[in-house]
Every structure is written in structure tokens, then in C-alpha cells.
Write a protein that binds this ligand. Sequence first.
Ligand SMILES: [Zn+2]
Length: 243
Amino acid sequence: MENRLKWLSRSMREPEEKTMNRKKKTIRSAGGQRRWRRTIEEVVVGNHLRATDLCEGKRRSYIDNGMLPTGGGETYWNNWVPIKLNIFIWRLRLNSLPTRANLSYRGILLDSILCPVCSAMIESIDHLFFGYSELIDLWNRVALWWGVHVPQHLSIDSLLFWSNSFSWRSGQRKVFDAVIMTTLWCIWNFRNSILFGTELPMKSIIFDEMVKNSYFWVVNRCSKANIGWTNWLHNLVSACKLL
Ligand SMILES: [Zn+2]
């Protein structure tokens, strides 16, 4: 019985190994150790480029240009919020978050591509972050908190670069940017709670979570941000003037 099982497992492995042998070339490192390397033909799918056709640098840029998404504009990074938030914003600006519209566009079959919050519109990035009335109210509330006006044309970049239109100190601007990033993050979490959570969250939780999380992150990451909770809630603009 044991021999039979061994034979079965060997026969099941064999086709896979044969395929692998066709796809891979063996190379030897300086120490003589055998290792496998993927050929360029496997990486550049659907093309007839051979490994010897291009030098190393050109091969790398060929693959990068063909396979990596390109994002226009300057890199957006704020070290007063966690890295996960910066990566989230990077993906958001590349339009690579798994919204229903994006998943459908990439060929994934879904029951519905409508927004899980209002079920009235396709769940695109624009709709998800500022496309329905409660979200406009949310952005107005953020603006009111900071004593500013909401950008005339709402877009991801107009929100992320909103602070450029104010003549503020750099620290003040950085706190504001952190607040905007956290707001976008909380909207995404709210949407995920609706889709995957055990109970339906209230929309008002987005603003409350944003105020709480942005405070926690900024105060813990910026040594100069000696801002009390009460000032954070009621005198934030004045409290940030010293930064
Ligand atoms: Zn909606």
C-alpha cells in the first residue's frame, strides 16, 4: 500500500516537474550552487523577447514598463501617519484599490458592481470617496473643523493637495494632510465593514474614527505635537500653529 502511494505521488508530480524543466534554466552561482532562474520569456508574457536580445538594464526597464503600473504626479508620503496609510493612498492614486468597478474591469465576476453603501451607483473610486451626499457632508464637516472651504472640484488629488492652497506653516499643513489621509482611510474601512463586517456601522462613525485615529497617529509620531485632546477637538488650527 505504501509503495502504491509513493508511486501515485511520484506520477502526480512528474508532469509538473517536466513543465518546470521546460520553463526554467539552471544556472550556477559563484559558489557552484545550483539554482533556478526564470527566463525572460516567462516574465514578458505574450512577447517573443529573448534573454540575449537586450542588456540587463534594458531588460529591467522593459519588464517594469510592461508590468508595473505607472502613477503620474509627485509621490505622496506623510510620516505622521502609519506606513499602511501611505501605501493605501499610493494605491488609491493609482486607482488600484479593489472597488467593485475595478474588480469587474479586471475580469472578476461579481454579483453586483453597485456601491454597497447606497446601491444606486457603480462603486468607482470617485463615487466611493465623495460621490454621495453623506460624504459631501463629511468633507464639509472636515472643512468646518479646520475653518476652510471644500475644494470646488472634488477629486482624490484635490483633497490630498488641498492644503497647498493655504498659507500655513509646514507642520500645520502636514497635520491637515494627515487628517485628509485618515478620512479617506476611514471611508474605506467603513465600506469594508458594510461588505465584510458582522453588523452595519453608522455613517457618523467615519468622522469620529477619523478624529480619534488622526489624533493618536500625529501625537505619537510628531515629537513637537504637544496637543491636548480638547485642543485637538476645538482649537486645532491654533494648536498646530506652533508646529
Ligand atoms: Zn454609493
